[in-house]
Design a protein. Structure first.
Length: 311
């Protein structure tokens, strides 16, 4: 196992942390479609009582030049600096049930060391299960529930919730490695990949955060106060619907995605709601062009978002 020395520092006494808690993890990094992970972190820490259990060493784990921290320039002097943080928190849910929450940046360096350090904490605290979330852009419609793909060794969750079960290679993130190591040890672990409408991937989509919290609840029984988030999601979707209804190309795009999604969910021969009629995934360039066009239309209120929106 990799050397974990110096990768994290304990805050307070671990003896004060109840054993047998569940761990929830949400790290921002490689992809965060719809701002799902960042919203989850903010929502949990702003709405639930919490305290820091451990903090990881950013100087050892983070590439500052790739993800530069924020410093404030106040006319003629620097007034504040916000260093990136990766912390393990003790949180109490809406029913005062305690759980552990790992939140912050995804490490750039020393993935094996980070994984070993986290497994060390999991074993020290006798964590009973680990659940984590991330989100990727996919050609699915916003008019349907946000789907998830579930990985890990909790088959009851995979069977009940995973709407897409591909055989494919994907770019890994640090929590993929953590999940892989935990599964090797037989530790109960589940990873939820949220499938976010690709044309909303660069926006802060409240329904993405809500789907993440609902997935965590399904896996853990943790109860979150989500009324405000649900209301924000309904308002967001209403505004998107208004924009789409006013533009024929956008209506065509969403209608096509709805047809594919519904056919797939009804158990037709389509392999996935993400493919076209020939069973092919849209290319990254096609998705990027559609997204860029849609966001430009949203920002400027153009009457025509461009020809690439029609599929």
């Amino acid at each position: 196992m990799s050397n974990t020395r110096g990768l994290y520092e304990i805050s307070g006494e671990l003896d004060s942390i109840p054993e047998g808690l569940q761990l929830v993890a949400a790290l921002t990094g490689f992809t965060d479609a719809g701002g799902a992970v960042s919203q989850v972190g903010e929502y949990i820490l702003e709405n639930l009582s919490n305290r820091i259990v451990a903090e990881f060493d950013a100087d050892s784990l983070l590439d500052y030049r790739a993800r530069r921290p924020i410093i404030y320039f106040d006319q003629d002097h620097l007034s504040d600096y916000q260093p990136p943080v990766l912390r393990l928190y003790l949180v109490h849910d809406e029913l005062n049930q305690p759980f552990l929450f790992l939140n912050g940046y995804e490490p750039d360096f020393r993935w094996e060391g980070f994984s070993a350090a986290l497994l060390e904490l999991i074993q020290t605290l006798n964590v009973v299960s680990t659940t984590w979330v991330h989100a990727i852009p996919m050609p699915v419609p916003h008019t349907r529930p946000v789907g998830v793909t579930v990985s890990g060794n909790r088959l009851e969750l995979t069977d009940a919730m995973s709407v897409w079960k591909p055989h494919t290679q994907v770019p890994a993130n640090a929590l993929h490695l953590v999940e892989y190591r935990l599964a090797q040890l037989g530790h109960p672990v589940a990873g939820f990949v949220l499938l976010i409408p690709h044309y909303l991937a660069e926006t802060e989509f409240p329904m993405a955060a809500l789907a993440a919290l609902d997935s965590i609840s399904a896996a853990t029984g943790i109860i979150f106060p989500t009324d405000r988030l649900r209301e924000g999601g309904r308002e967001f979707v209403s505004k998107i619907d208004e924009q789409i209804e006013s533009n024929a190309d956008l209506e065509k795009l969403v209608g096509t995605l709805e047809t594919r999604y519904d056919a797939y969910m009804e158990g037709t021969s389509l392999r996935s709601p993400l493919t076209d009629v020939d069973g092919e995934l849209p290319t990254a360039d096609e998705i990027a062009a559609e997204l860029e066009n849609f966001l430009a239309f949203k920002r400027h209120g153009d009457d025509q978002p461009g020809e690439t929106m029609g599929l």
